[in-house]
Design a protein around this ligand. Structure first.
Ligand code: UN1
Length: 496
């Protein structure tokens, strides 16, 4: 694949400049002087063109047999898999996560693409007896129309794939609008789909720096469904915009995920899980383990091991071998994390390690922050309640499983949680009583697989799930079909 620096919008099968001719730059967060791509700064006119293209392609795509749609996705999956290394390198350069994690992100896109390609031959409905003689009943899935896919920067290829692949296999056309912080990976995904033979207008791609592009897209009268992943504050605005037109909407928003570490846990395993969950992707995951609720009997030992392991983490450019934690996405995020550290100190939490940006030598070029642990955190402190989206973990002592669960549930979010214990009874009670959409036993809060539903309760989501078969339910409507072959008028509920 060639490697153009200027990345255009993709509308109706053509790579085009923004209507205004304006562009913006996507910089490497590990080296802010390096420009990874120049992208189109779109406005309402670009959105209008993209939605119009998606609408006109709707009928022919809807009428393309789903197994044929699946073949295109299958080819796209093969191309992604073959180019995984290059795609991952570009991802690390554009958003900072370490190369192994970027490879995982591309792999997640591959998995979702193959999975949904297979669903082209498996869009099963139900057949069921009628209450009347000589009458046949069945259901089938129908597409929604044009779907707007608004995606974040932290999983810049996986999440666009989570949304696009189920939408496409169900027969919808899409307009993708990636975060301006990391549009390159979504752009690469669209190029692969083009090469795989996706027809013109079925997939459209517009980038924009300000919120205007997304707002125009969400508000557009010909957009039938919106899928949004991002902050709870923006999600609330998206929900308001969709409410008036009763648009179908899926929201994946914030998290404040907890790992419960019980007194009988394998502490070394729990420490590994805490490090991976807390500092993987520099804590910039919706599923990050930002709270560790630790039983008082093992609190001291756990904290000591966790701090020791965290202090040894190598922070740097995600392309450098041996680096375990990359930079934050931008200066704004760095300042936000810095502010939360100040808040934690003011609230009386004990800073056990980290707590400041890293700025000497090579660190000067990027947005690096030392992996940070606060001890003796009270569950009601802001650092234990609010999503920080950075490498900051709060250690919260607890007295019992019941208290651990209560603390786990004491936040307004509910995406992922985990428990480390060797006691099956404790594990099952936590599985039952924790309020979250995803739960792990003896594993960290991150690492969701594509064939299980992904999403959260409370202010994390709005009741939908991504991935798995649940995604097909979002991107299609059920149609119930009754076929009367009695040759006479039969009235349900009245002819018995
Ligand atoms: C996200 O953080 O927005 O389970 C998605 C995980 C990944 C997906 C995270 N598979 O952490």
């Amino acid at each position: 694949m060639a490697d153009p620096l200027i990345c255009k919008n993709y509308i109706d099968g053509h790579w085009v400049d923004s209507a205004s001719g304006r562009t913006f730059e996507d910089a490497n967060p590990a080296d802010r002087h390096e420009i990874v791509g120049v992208f189109q700064d779109s406005n309402t006119e670009d959105v209008e063109r993209a939605v119009r293209a998606a609408l006109s392609a709707s009928d022919s795509w809807r009428l393309t047999p789903a197994p044929r749609r699946g073949e295109i996705l299958y080819r796209a999956g093969q191309l992604l898999a073959a180019r995984k290394e290059d795609l991952a390198r570009e991802m690390t350069r554009e958003m900072g996560k370490v190369l192994a994690e970027a490879q995982g992100d591309v792999q997640e896109a591959v998995d979702m693409t193959f999975y949904m390609a297979g669903e082209g031959r498996r869009q099963f409905g139900q057949t069921t007896p009628s209450e009347l003689p000589d009458k046949f009943c069945m259901t089938q899935r129908a597409p929604l129309g044009v779907c707007a896919l608004i995606t974040p920067w932290n999983f810049p290829m996986a999440i666009p794939a989570w949304k696009a692949m189920p939408a496409l296999i169900c027969g919808n056309t899409v307009v993708m609008k990636p975060s301006p912080e990391a549009p390159r990976s979504a752009y690469n995904l669209v190029r692969v789909l083009e090469e795989a033979g996706i027809p013109a207008g079925v997939v459209n791609f517009v980038t924009g720096r300000g919120p205007g592009t997304g707002v125009a897209l969400v508000n557009h009268g010909d957009v039938h469904a919106v899928s949004f992943t991002g902050s709870t504050a923006t999600g609330r605005e998206v929900a308001k915009s969709c409410a008036g037109a009763f648009k179908r909407l899926t929201l994946e928003m914030g998290g404040k995920n907890a790992i419960l570490v019980m007194e009988d846990a394998d502490l070394n395993l729990a420490v590994e899980g805490a490090v991976w969950g807390g500092f993987g992707t520099a804590g910039q995951r919706c599923t990050a383990a930002s709270r560790l609720v630790v039983h008082k009997e093992v609190y001291g030992a756990f904290a000591a091991k966790f701090v020791e392991r965290t202090r040894a983490l190598k922070v740097g450019s995600g392309l450098d071998p041996g680096v375990e934690v990359g930079p934050l996405i931008n200066e704004r995020q760095l300042r936000k994390v810095e502010q939360y550290v100040a808040v934690g100190k003011d609230e009386g939490a004990r800073l056990l390690c980290g707590g400041c940006p890293l700025s000497c030598g090579d660190y000067d070029r990027g947005w690096f922050f030392a992996p940070t642990i606060f001890g003796d955190v009270h569950p009601e402190m802001r650092i234990a309640q609010e999503e920080i989206f950075g490498p900051v973990v709060a250690l919260i002592p607890c007295q019992s499983l019941d208290e651990a669960i209560a603390i786990g549930n004491s936040v307004s979010y509910g995406l992922s949680s985990a428990i480390y214990t060797r006691d099956v009874n404790k594990a099952f009670r936590a599985i039952r009583d924790i309020e979250s959409g995803i739960f792990y036993v003896n594993a960290s809060t991150i690492g969701a697989e594509t064939h299980l539903p992904f999403g959260g309760v409370k202010q994390t989501g709005n009741g939908h799930r991504e991935a798995a078969l649940a995604a097909l339910d979002f991107y299609s409507e059920w149609k119930s079909i009754y076929i009367d072959f009695s040759g006479k008028l039969q009235k349900a509920q009245m002819d018995t």
